[in-house]
Design a protein around this ligand. Structure first.
Ligand SMILES: [Zn+2]
Length: 458
């Protein structure tokens, strides 16, 4: 739970126990605890050395063990079957880089990849190669990449072959040697020191929990067409055009090429359909732990870390959030959107004197001054905890309306992933008058510590 450390436990699971108990905490063994502050990367082999030494003894010599059922001792032997990790750790354990053109360790040099230049992404296609030779999808050009697929699936990377290929590989560990090695192999994995490892057919497995979550997030983001989360965006449509497939979905130039029209896809939902979809999601009751909420995750964290009064906790919450968020997101396998958000915006931002959001035009005070219209006023209703004093332990939370004027409009760019618009405002004291009118005192400023309002725009 420490903010600056990422610690890597290496846990052994005894697989000859019944499946329902082999993953229970009392039956797993923590063999190593690799200290932070950051991920060990491919140098994880250095830390694994004592474990590999013990596994070798367990295989070759065994250890004398007491058998309670027979009331005598026997020589216990054990073998490592496989590793289970997420996709980035797969690269650390196997030595095969799981990024870029040859990201699939199973398809290895035959990984089908192509770069989408509009989306700035590597994509992995041609999965029809894995189907039976007579599968109808293989001849279906229209639904896939425009061609028939007659190739067979790539051969699995054989352990003996890897052992042979990498037997003279010059393993270099530590930070200084980073990025010097070309090609997908970054090391000869220490697991090959186990005499049986090269004969294991399945050496590394993936923990699908995060993969399922990411796939689900992307499907929901695309179905609901959430800006920044949908995979069906304008750039994706231009990539379709480059690939020469799905003509009806390609952008069509109108107005002599000045604008492009993008047709709706068959899975796009109407607003009404989206509402039905969200209502169902909202009403679904899930077991605890299945659904997550970022701001609630963080609040728990602060409550565990910070001893002291609620007033201090509220201060810490707003002060350290960005650092905590960045650190936590970098070490967890969270969605790309969350990662992009956690990295913070580009330090170069655009400044506007006028901005249109949801059909409303907002202008800065400076801009207003030279015009006959006034578009710099803003009101904001927000849930505000009110502390009677710094010692107040039971703050009241209620909706408070703030009145202000815009000094500055800044558009934050999260490296082309999404944009947020910030209004830098002065807030003013207000007074309820008779007849329900509110008068705003432009000479009395309040809430000077929170000048920003954010709009989650497109
Ligand atoms: Zn593959």
């Amino acid at each position: 739970m420490s903010i600056s450390h990422s610690t890597w436990p290496v846990v052994l699971v005894a697989y000859n126990l019944p499946p329902w108990c082999c993953m229970k905490p009392e039956y797993v063994m923590m063999s190593l605890l690799i200290p932070g502050p950051c991920s060990p990367g491919k140098s994880i082999d250095v830390y694994l050395q004592p474990l590999i030494e013990e596994l070798k003894v367990l295989w070759e010599v065994g250890v004398e063990t007491y058998d309670a059922s027979k009331n005598k001792t026997f020589q216990l032997h054990a073998a490592l079957l496989w590793t289970i990790s997420d996709f980035p750790a797969y690269a650390m354990l196997s030595g095969w880089s799981t990024k870029g053109k040859l990201a699939c360790p199973c398809c290895n040099y035959d990984t089908s990849s192509c770069y989408l230049k509009h989306s700035w992404k590597m994509c992995y296609m041609d999965h029809r190669k894995f189907l039976g030779m007579d599968h109808p999808y293989r001849m279906d050009k229209r639904s896939f990449n425009g061609n028939v697929e007659l190739r067979s699936s790539p051969a699995l990377l054989d352990g003996e072959q890897i052992f042979e290929d990498l037997k003279d590989f010059d393993n270099v560990f530590g930070k200084k040697q980073k990025n010097k090695i070309d090609g997908p192999w970054k090391k000869r994995s220490i697991f090959f020191e186990l005499p049986y490892w090269k004969q294991n057919t399945l050496r590394h497995c993936l923990d699908v929990m995060h993969i399922e979550k990411n796939v689900c997030d992307n499907i929901i983001g695309t179905l609901l067409d959430i800006p920044g989360k949908s995979k069906d965006h304008a750039n994706a449509r231009y990539d379709l055009k480059d690939m020469g497939i799905r003509k009806n979905l390609q952008p069509k130039e109108i107005d002599g090429g000045k604008k492009a029209k993008i047709a709706k896809a068959c899975f796009n939902l109407t607003n009404q359909e989206k509402t039905i979809f969200c209502d169902i999601l909202k009403s679904v009751k899930l077991p605890s732990g299945s659904a997550s909420n970022i701001s609630r995750e963080y609040e728990e964290h602060v409550n565990n870390q910070t001893k002291g009064r609620k007033w201090k906790k509220a201060k810490t919450l707003s002060h350290d959030f960005s650092e905590w968020f960045k650190e936590r997101a970098s070490h967890e396998d969270v969605s790309k959107q969350l990662k992009d958000l956690s990295r913070g915006p580009n330090t170069v931002a655009k400044r506007f004197s006028s901005y249109v959001i949801n059909g409303y035009k907002f202008q800065t005070r400076e801009h207003d001054a030279s015009h006959t219209t006034q578009n710099s006023g803003v009101t904001l209703v927000c849930e505000t905890p009110s502390f009677a004093s710094a010692k107040d332990n039971n703050p009241m939370t209620k909706a408070v309306t703030y009145f202000g004027a815009i000094n500055d409009i800044i558009e934050l760019d999260y490296y082309a992933c999404f944009k947020f618009v910030l209004f830098n405002c002065d807030w003013f004291e207000v007074e309820e008058e008779n007849f329900g009118l509110t008068s705003v005192h432009f000479n009395k400023r309040c809430s000077r510590d929170d000048p920003f309002v954010v709009d989650i725009g497109g």
